[in-house]
Design a binder for this molecule. Sequence first.
Ligand code: SF4
Ligand code: SF4
Length: 355
Amino acid sequence: MTLSLHARGAPLAAPEKQIAAVEAVDLSASAHGGDFARALAASGRDALRPGPVEIFQINLGKLCNMTCRHCHVDAGPDRTDEMMDRATAEACLRALDRTGAHTVDLTGGAPELSLQFRYVVDEAAARGKHVIDRCNLTILLVPGLRDLPAWMGERGVEVVCSLPHWRKRGTDAQRGDGTWEKSLEALHLLNEAGYGAGDPRRRLTLVSNPVGAFLPANQHATEREWKEGLAHEHGIAFDRLIFLNNMPISRYLEWLESSGNLASYLELLVASFNPGTIDGLMCKNTLSIGWDGRVYDCDFNQMLDLPARGSSNGGFHVRDLDVSALAAREIVTRRHCFGCTAGAGSSCGGALEQA
Ligand code: SF4
Ligand code: SF4
């Protein structure tokens, strides 16, 4: 089993080393010199600026039952020290009330392992928010959590499940041997709880990212293939499939380096820069809160320790969130942002533009 970068004491466990590794690649011959700010300027933008907060994303902690090769969080079973406590969860809910966000998006690690998970779901659902659980599927088989499909269904939680491929090979290659069988078992549990049958209060979304250094295929065309394959071969139904680009950070960055793909993948991201994705970037409508309450423009910036700009350069805590200051800020960008604007684009909601 892969260990987290943190557990191995690997240099890339440090966010600044990740930023440096990506910035060190010579992209002077690429479009815009591989500089995201220049790419934005060439598209007529001086910087990225946020719109109203629609999605309030909370990272409940880095603990996970899995250690996937491509994890951008560097999550794993050893990450027990970075978990949200109740006071921070309460501060998140107070901040949520000050924004106009309609959706609460729970992520991790495996968010279901957090002691705050059921509390935050209940509180957000009671406020009439749409709640998303970013689920790795295998967690639903863990003793003590097998009631979750029914429990979440009763609260109208959308379950967004990661599954690299509907066939065994691609899934086990990225997530570890045996993951595919467990994922199918978990999908059956979700179907039995009413998920995946078109009920908007039991929406089952699958999310996939490429098993390699390339961009995803067309989302809609592939959704048809997955729906037919999973239905005919395994009797499983789901509502929609979304694709994410792999971001050159954390364990995926480590894999790019060790496989000799880092420079070519960055060149691909830069060459595939698509200005049509800019208005839909998730940093424009989503706020990302870390396990310790610090506020970020997006989940990727959170993992790179690039806090949202506040009154001080060191960022700010969710308890101090000021909605007007937030609206006036400039979003922090670096070279990894090309991962969001490449091809059809990529966000927590999948592709930003369809071919
Ligand atoms: S299941 Fe998700 S959070 Fe957990 S190790 Fe895999 S990619 Fe990371
Ligand atoms: S990584 Fe993506 S979502 Fe985050 S700031 Fe950059 S462009 Fe925006």
